[in-house]
Design a protein around this ligand. Structure first.
Ligand code: FAD
Length: 305
């Protein structure tokens, strides 16, 4: 275990958090999202991010969501952007529109094949090949129009299904950093050693940028199993046991989920990690409970009474 420069804070300082949302599909989901955004704004996150649907399917909704965050909140929003099913110019146009809207942070991703996760990714004939090509494209674009985005990338402590091996994973992450990324967020995990070992290997491989643990707040264990299988994230036996018998009890599942996430973060804090990125699934309650358990209090009054 190594002390890390992921954050400047000492182990007992309040953590620095960020929250991930997905763009809403309908009015009901939009109402839930904006209520969640407003409640989580009070936790003064470092940034918030909005995902880009598979195959660019949420392009307009992602754009509208991120723009509204920039326009109507005090939050610092980041837009996820993928290379899927689009020409380089299309992707750069989307990025330029973000810049014009005041969104200056991109989470640059390759993305999955339009047929879905687990299918072989084929780049668009005139598109970016992979996340590194996308980062380089954004940098080249910035040389022409000064849109110097802050760039965050993904990484996979348990290896991505397309991994060419553990050493190649670290070299690939280092190449993302060399191309211009300044932060990585991990795929979710439930075993702190998986993250800490990856971090240690990344540091040994010359990756110096912060590698923020991605903490999943999914109380639906069946849903979690489905996604974990697709992205090759392991779910320990004790986790199966923990959720056993809660299938018809959402209240208990929520309590378990927030406590579990807080415990994971606390173990990471003991190793000197102070930055956490929460996959909120647009539900403020779980993220707020987890933050409270970590000692992070709302910074403003009058919100979410
Ligand atoms: P990359 O990291 O570019 O590549 C995936 C892996 O393949 C690498 O980690 C490496 O192991 C291997 N690899 C690829 N090329 C090489 C090479 N040349 N040499 C060696 N190894 C190589 N998906 C969405 O559709 N929308 C989102 O908004 C979204 N947000 C995400 C946010 C986070 C934090 C994470 C972790 C994932 C997110 N995803 C999202 C999922 C992501 O799109 C998929 O996992 C996709 O399959 C890979 O995209 P990537 O940018 O992570 O790929």
């Amino acid at each position: 275990m190594i002390p890390d420069n992921n954050s400047a804070g000492a182990a007992r300082a309040a953590p620095l958090v960020s929250f991930e949302f997905f763009p809403p599909k309908n009015d009901k989901m939009a109402a839930r999202l904006w209520e969640s955004v407003s409640r989580l704004e009070a936790m003064a996150p470092d940034f918030v991010s909005v995902t880009y649907g598979a195959g660019g399917s949420t392009r307009d909704r992602t754009h509208e969501t991120v723009r509204r965050m920039a326009r109507e909140t005090s939050l610092s929003p980041a837009a996820h952007l993928t290379c899927v099913s689009a020409t380089k110019q299309d992707v750069l146009n989307v990025a330029d529109a973000y810049w014009q809207a005041g969104v200056k942070h991109i989470v640059a991703l390759r993305g999955d094949a339009p047929e879905g996760m687990g299918q072989k990714f084929e780049a668009h004939p005139n598109g970016f090949r992979d996340s590194i090509d996308l980062i380089e494209g954004l940098k080249e674009n910035a040389a022409n129009n000064s849109h110097k985005f802050e760039i965050t990338v993904s990484c996979y402590p348990e290896s991505h299904p397309d991994s060419r091996g553990p050493d190649a994973d670290i070299a690939f992450l280092k190449a993302k950093q060399d191309a211009g990324a300044s932060r990585a967020i991990t795929q979710f995990f439930y075993d702190t050693d998986i993250y800490l070992n990856f971090l240690e290997r990344a540091r040994a491989g010359g990756v110096t940028m912060p590698i923020i643990p991605g903490i999943m707040l999914q109380p639906n264990f069946e849903g979690l199993k489905r996604i974990a299988k697709l992205c090759a994230a392991s779910l320990p036996d004790w986790l199966h046991k923990l959720y056993e018998g809660t299938e018809n009890d959402s209240e208990t599942r929520d309590l378990i989920t927030a406590n579990l996430a807080a415990e994971l973060c606390q173990k990471l804090q003991e190793a000197g990690i102070q930055n956490f990125h929460f996959y909120t699934l647009n539900k403020a309650g779980l993220a707020l409970s987890t933050c409270h358990l970590l000692g992070l209090k709302p910074q403003t009054t009058g919100v979410a009474q």
